[in-house]
Design a binder for this molecule. Structure first.
Ligand SMILES: Cc1cc2nc3c(=O)[nH]c(=O)nc-3n(C[C@H](O)[C@H](O)[C@H](O)COP(=O)(O)O)c2cc1C
Length: 205
């Protein structure tokens, strides 16, 4: 089957399958501070690493539900120049989901999800306590991408990772063992996967 983007309903799909095709996607659990110093936390599965020398990550956001304009994570990262990305482990999957609540700007998602924050070292936003890895990021730039929905915008927000916290319990013989924390990935629809099994493949040359 081939279909032109936007015509999936004519081809028997009940829901746009795009996100199911580009999966699994890691989830960046983005914490920021507003200019008034209020903590904000939200999951983004349009999230990934784009380089490692230096490490650079991005998260991509649409507009804030109901009122338009950038989502709080983007707005705070742009205004304060900092964000932290905590990595979501299986044990915190339900709390991660709760932090996607659409709260008014200036309301902290952490207490709603019974989470607490820990201070970072090089940046001001808090890290999610209990997460196995935290990436402290310096905001680099935002790039606007096309948007077909009225009064909505899409943006990609890049940050350079300048400090990393690792829970030492996930390190085995000098390597990170992801099966010890089981990162959560987003699939299509409301589906998720947890990495609990890995295999290795040598490069051909
Ligand atoms: C697993 C998961 C992944 C999500 N990924 C994204 C995403 O990549 N981009 C986005 O705009 N919203 C995404 N959302 C929705 C946001 O988390 C939600 O809109 C949140 O309220 C944004 O918060 P903020 O305004 O504090 O940044 C996701 C939600 C969940 C549960």
């Amino acid at each position: 089957m081939f279909y032109k983007v936007g015509t999936h309903k004519d081809h028997g799909f009940h829901h746009d399958p795009f996100k199911a095709f580009v999966s699994p996607r890691p989830i960046g659990w983005i914490s920021t501070l507003s200019q008034q110093g209020v903590s904000n936390l939200a999951p983004y599965s349009y999230f990934n690493a784009v380089s490692s020398d230096p490490p650079v990550v991005f998260f991509a956001g649409g507009s804030k539900r109901g009122i338009g304009g950038p989502k709080d994570s983007q707005r705070n990262a742009e205004r304060t120049g900092e964000f932290v990305c905590s990595i979501v482990c299986h044990a915190q999957r339900k709390q991660m989901n709760i932090t996607s609540l659409h709260l008014p700007h200036g309301e902290d998602e952490m207490p709603k999800a019974e989470l607490s924050g820990e201070p970072s070292v090089l940046v001001k936003p808090l890290r999610v306590k209990g997460a196995p890895v935290h990436l402290e990021c310096k905001y680099l730039q935002s790039v606007q991408t096309p948007c077909w929905s009225e009064n909505q915008e899409n943006w990609v927000i890049f940050g350079e990772v300048i400090g990393i916290h690792v829970d030492e319990s996930i390190i085995k013989n000098g390597y990170v063992d992801v099966t010890l924390y089981r990162p959560v990935a987003r699939l299509g629809y409301m589906e998720y996967a947890t990495v609990s099994e890995v295999y290795t493949m040598d490069r051909p040359d």
